[in-house]
Design a protein around this ligand. Structure first.
Ligand code: FHN
Length: 414
């Protein structure tokens, strides 16, 4: 069982992933050719030569970037941490790196240190900052790995020594408290190499969490596959990285946004299985968050704020009822939270040994009347009547307080 030993991570439940790099300049299209896959991979998918791709830096001038605005938005959306791509597979550093000129300060007309601005904004607004760092894939360095290509002639260790390890050191020493390092796609990294990265991180910042994708079954928590929800609750710490449309990096042609209902359901499903939802935005080349993301996340944020008690620090629910259409469940000691995701006139739960003390609407404390009825098998059914104005509503939460510390129940009826 994985354990980050960091209470903030266990309690956070919702984080903001930011994928941003030179690929945002291409926005899913290069010389008239579109990529129908994730936009941050365009260099690899369309085989853009390094010398050509590098020139994108000269066009990168995101004058619309405002770190404080992004951090304030993340707070409004109910996110408790941010993970920012300091270097993605393309190899471009979004901070002022001393060991490679291929970075946002030295190579672009923008000349500002984006990671530094995010760090300061996070400190100002009390937001945890994590850094995504592509440790193995680096399509710019001649010895960095490339997925799906021949790497046999490369000296991977030389790249690690020359770029990866020094850059990690820079990030860990120059940007305040780094809450976690989000390693990704380890490919053929050996256990020894993963261990060396972990040792470096922990030596400089012992409290910094290491993502599951450091490879070799190491790392402080389990990272699921992208957009992949485990079927059952998982006991240890885990996190699910997810997109809001079908790409991580900005793609001008991808408008396939999830709707707020989907996102709320996913968040609760993940939380009820004990995980954190790390949901992505991909700013455009001017540093602006796509309107489509903002629209969805503003609505999600309102739900999260109104029902914060049922989300943060909540515990996983070990029942097999999570595929229900009408509800998702989270819990805390002495409390069961019933998240109503479809209109209903009453809640009916098969009660397997609880004594309910109180039922109320979480967002404003409105008391709800309930009945406990015996069924012939011996268990009882709890029926919570919902006030008429809620009969046509969805996305709200009812709290049942129980005498027992751990509420045990089973939803019945669709
Ligand atoms: O290749 C990356 C991808 O671009 C993106 O960063 C995701 C986020 O989880 N991780 C890798 C694929 O799993």
């Amino acid at each position: 069982m994985k354990d980050t030993k960091q209470q903030w991570f266990k309690d956070a439940k919702f984080g903001l992933f930011i994928h941003w790099g030179l690929y945002s300049v291409l926005a899913g299209e290069y010389k008239g050719k579109r990529t129908d896959r994730i936009a941050e991979w365009i260099m690899n998918y369309l085989d853009i030569p390094v010398k050509e791709y590098e020139k994108l830096a000269l066009q990168f001038n995101p004058t619309g970037f405002n770190a404080e605005e992004i951090v304030k938005k993340a707070k409004e959306w109910g996110m408790r941490y941010i993970v920012f791509t300091a270097k993605h597979h393309e190899g471009f550093a979004m901070y002022h790196s001393g060991c490679s000129k291929y970075n946002v300060v030295d190579a672009t007309p923008f000349g500002r240190d984006i990671l530094k601005e995010l760090q300061l904004a996070c400190e100002k607004y009390g937001m945890k900052l994590g850094v995504y760092y592509s440790q193995a894939q680096d399509w710019h360095d001649p010895d960095g790995l490339r997925y799906g290509k021949d790497n046999s002639h490369k000296n991977y260790q030389a790249y690690l020594d020359r770029k990866c390890m020094p850059q990690l050191r820079e990030i860990l020493t120059g940007y305040g408290n780094i809450a976690l390092i989000w390693f990704d796609t380890p490919m053929e990294t050996t256990a020894e190499q993963s261990r060396a990265m972990i040792d470096l991180v922990k030596f400089i910042q012992p409290g910094c969490i290491i993502s599951g994708r450091i490879g070799n079954q190491m790392g402080g928590y389990m990272t699921t596959g992208d957009n992949f929800i485990p079927r059952l609750p998982y006991e240890g710490d885990w996190e699910l990285p997810a997109t809001l449309n079908d790409t991580w990096g900005f793609n001008q042609y991808d408008h396939n946004w999830k709707n707020p209902d989907d996102v709320i359901r996913l968040l609760l499903k993940i939380n009820s299985r004990g995980g954190n939802y790390l949901l992505n935005i991909g700013p455009d080349s001017l540093g602006r968050i796509p309107e489509g993301s903002i629209r969805v996340l503003d609505t999600v944020g309102q739900f999260v704020r109104e029902n914060a008690e049922a989300i943060y620090d909540s515990k996983r629910v070990d029942i097999y009822a999570y595929e229900l259409e009408w509800a998702q469940f989270t819990r805390k000691d002495y409390k069961l939270f019933v998240h109503m995701l479809q209109p209903k006139i009453r809640i009916e739960l098969l009660n397997v040994g609880n004594r309910v003390k109180r039922a109320y609407l979480l967002k404003d404390g409105t008391e709800l009347s309930y009945k406990v009825m015996k069924v012939c098998e011996g268990d009882s059914v709890i029926e919570v009547e919902l006030p008429e104005y809620l009969h046509s509503r969805k996305n709200y939460c009812v709290c049942l307080e129980t005498e027992e510390k751990e509420p045990i129940f089973e939803p019945i009826k669709g």
